[in-house]
Design a binder for this molecule. Structure first.
Ligand code: ZN
Length: 352
């Protein structure tokens, strides 16, 4: 979970994830764009093959300017709110792959004017402090414009099997992929399964497309759960709760200038629902505008790839303290493994 991995800089995570998958998969490769693809052969070559994926990258920033006195100006990568970043710990990467701790500067409360207290500072006015005194000192560390900055990795265990930290989006999905690999390598499903750690989801949500082209997948499951609606500020937004089990996204739509999203493939959804009933795993449902995943683009590949978004619900997504319930996490892996066991050559890939 703690491996630093801004979009476009996933290599450390990719090699680590490749090692993890190699314990179970028949073969693992890293494609040209950086996706890690582990394949577990099924027992029936006539059954459709399934790609199950989660993204390896995390949100963060790039350095946009280095001040003469050593402070770093930043541009965001992915959806990060200005409201949550002042005063947080970050890691700044150099061109040779070293990371240095720092923080995003925050004006002390007692010197803030009443106007300061009421307003949110734009990213253009924020800066990172790594303790450097000059641009020259920063450059000598190998840090230049374009270098990556991410939330500092950390992880805490809370009450009742709940945990919080940076990078749970989508360390959760990657954890499920290893869990699924361990189950299905032992009890082979009929379908061949490609377990994929993808790149650049937080940047352009298209890394999974390249993996699907490479393995020529017949259908795909994106392991990325929806946000839960069970906090005081989100109550009533949806029915999804932490600890309520895996959640499937029936509908999502970005709706912020991007005309894309995914409407769950009914055949896949019905099989997931049936599997959940058989395994006695609760299944939550979400339908909302505002977000999309790689499936938005993946579904348009080949002659149309049936796709399903599902996973563990979370709270405080894209903050340094994303929160989830480990019981949900475990159930997601069990449910997907059960789904894979049910896919056979008669599965209807068509929309109707
Ligand atoms: Zn995300």
């Amino acid at each position: 979970m703690g491996t630093i991995r801004l979009s476009g800089y996933e290599s450390r995570m990719a090699y680590k994830f490749k090692e993890d998958l190699s314990r179970y998969a028949d073969r693992v490769k890293i494609d040209k764009i950086g996706n890690v693809i582990g394949t577990i052969e099924g027992t029936d070559p006539e059954a459709p093959n399934v790609m199950v994926f989660a993204h390896m990258d995390v949100i963060g920033f790039v350095i946009s300017r280095i001040e003469p006195d050593g402070f770093l100006r930043i541009e965001r990568v992915g959806g990060i709110s200005e409201k949550i970043v002042q005063g947080i710990a970050v890691m700044v990467g150099s061109e040779n792959g070293q990371y240095f701790p720092g923080m995003i500067g925050a004006k002390a409360y007692h010197i803030q004017s009443p106007e300061d207290k009421a307003k949110v500072d734009p990213f253009s006015s924020l800066f990172v402090d790594i303790g450097a005194k000059s641009e020259k000192q920063v450059n000598e560390l190998g840090i230049y414009v374009g270098c990556p900055v991410t939330f500092a990795p950390h992880y805490v265990e809370m009450l009742d099997s709940r945990v919080a930290g940076a990078y749970i989006d989508d360390a959760a999905g990657l954890t499920n992929l290893v869990q699924i690999a361990s189950i299905i390598s032992d009890q082979r499903p009929r379908c061949t399964v490609h377990l994929v750690g993808t790149v650049m989801e937080e940047f352009n949500a298209r890394g999974a497309m390249m993996a699907a082209r490479s393995v020529k997948t017949d259908m795909a499951i994106c392991l990325l759960g929806p946000g839960a609606g069970d906090t005081p500020d989100q109550r009533g937004v949806n029915n999804v709760v932490l600890g309520g089990g895996p959640a499937v996204t029936m509908f999502n739509f970005h709706g912020k200038g991007t005309l894309n999203g995914n409407i769950a493939h009914q055949g896949m959804y019905q099989l997931l629902k049936k599997t959940a009933q058989e395994l006695d795993i609760p299944l939550q449902r979400s339908a909302a505008r505002g977000a999309l995943t790689d499936t938005a683009y993946l579904q348009l590949e080949n002659d149309g790839i049936p796709c399903l978004d599902m996973g563990m619900p979370d709270r405080y997504s894209h903050s340094p303290m994303e929160t989830c319930d480990l019981r949900d996490l475990e159930q997601v892996g069990l449910l997907v493994a059960g789904f894979l066991a049910s896919v056979d050559r008669n599965f209807n890939l068509n929309r109707y």
